[in-house]
Design a protein around this ligand. Structure first.
Ligand code: NAD
Length: 299
């Protein structure tokens, strides 16, 4: 029978991901600082404990899905962190999007305890997390990849080995910089078309059969009423928070600066998402940039 898998961070993404582990027959032992996040999983049969150390005490495979670098550092190295109780030979997979340098730091600390760390950030959003169709970008020792794949394939359609620790994060940061640019581009395009008198559904349909098509136009359209089952149809609740996107663009900027890489549009996208955070959009889905661009209507 399958042994317990630990899961830490049951937010918008972690909750549906952990559910898919349960669905595949893995007993799950989980924790989150926000007790309300644990309710659904507990009702489905997961064991809920108080902190990451208790998870590490019981499970030798653990997935973390946390907002950002400081949360990951806390969950691994904090007073009740994983490293307080981690067993030798454990496999620790971090699927949060964080600074690749922090992934490398965690990998070193985990290695000192005789365990294995891999970074495995994801792409796909809450929809793909729910349907088990995420893309995982995995960094770490190649010999451990098969073991990671066994778990990750329960939650994803694509599990891609990228190279040494931190390279999963590198791939993810690049993807999200392009996603941000694409979402802003889709939003300003849709807004212009609407003001030119086009019906938004018709415009989306035309874009999606033309060269402007992208994920933001055909899978996650930012205009309310164009698509069902996306945050724009639900007052931009759930989904991928604007604050998280601003974080990812900050990571892209830092790595671009370090490597002297020009990223002019990534830079502009970062500033736009930072401004949105300061204007009340922090907790809304990142597709709300469409509403941000329409604020001139209030004037
Ligand atoms: P979220 O904020 O909805 O969930 C994070 C969860 O972690 C929350 O429930 C929070 O209470 C918990 N948490 C924070 N600190 C903790 C701690 N110290 N101990 C235990 N639990 C703690 O975020 P999310 O949307 O699920 O995203 C998680 C990660 O995945 C982020 O790095 C994000 O950038 C990335 N991501 C998100 C999406 C998306 O569409 N939402 C897509 C791809 C990648």
């Amino acid at each position: 029978s399958k042994t317990q898998v630990g899961f830490i961070g049951l937010g918008n993404m972690g909750n549906p991901m952990a559910k898919n582990l349960l669905k595949h027959g893995y007993p799950v032992i989980a924790t989150d600082v926000f007790p309300e996040s644990c309710k659904e999983l507990q009702e489905l049969g997961a064991q809920i404990v108080d902190n990451p150390a208790e998870v590490a005490d019981k499970a030798d495979r653990i997935v973390t899905m946390l907002p950002s670098s400081p949360n990951v550092i806390d969950v691994y190295t904090g007073a009740n962190g994983i490293l307080k109780k981690v067993k030798k030979g454990s496999l620790l997979i971090d699927s949060s999007t964080i600074d690749p340098a922090v992934s490398k730091e965690m990998a070193l600390a985990v290695e000192k305890m005789g365990a294995v760390f891999m970074d495995a950030p994801v792409s796909g959003g809450v929809g793909a997390a729910t349907s088990g169709k995420l893309t995982f970008m995995v960094g770490g020792v190649e010999e451990e990849f098969t073991a990671a794949q066994e778990l990750l394939s329960c939650m994803g359609a694509n599990v891609v080995y990228c190279g040494a620790v931190g390279t999963g994060q590198a791939a993810k940061i690049c993807n999200n910089m392009l996603l941000a640019i694409g979402m802003i581009g889709t939003s300003e395009t849709m807004n212009l078309g609407i003001r030119l008198g086009l019906d938004p559904k018709l415009l989306a349909k035309i874009l999606n059969m033309s060269s402007g098509r992208c994920w933001s136009s055909d899978t996650y359209n930012p205009v309310p009423g164009v698509m069902e089952g996306v945050p724009s149809g639900n007052n931009y609740q759930g989904g991928f928070g604007t604050q998280l996107m601003a974080k990812d663009l900050g990571l892209a900027q830092a790595t671009a600066t370090n490597t002297k890489t020009p990223v002019p549009l990534g830079s502009l996208a970062h500033q736009i998402y930072r401004m949105m955070c300061a204007r009340g959009y922090a907790g809304k889905d990142f597709s709300s940039v469409f509403m941000f661009l329409r604020e001139d209507e209030k004037e």
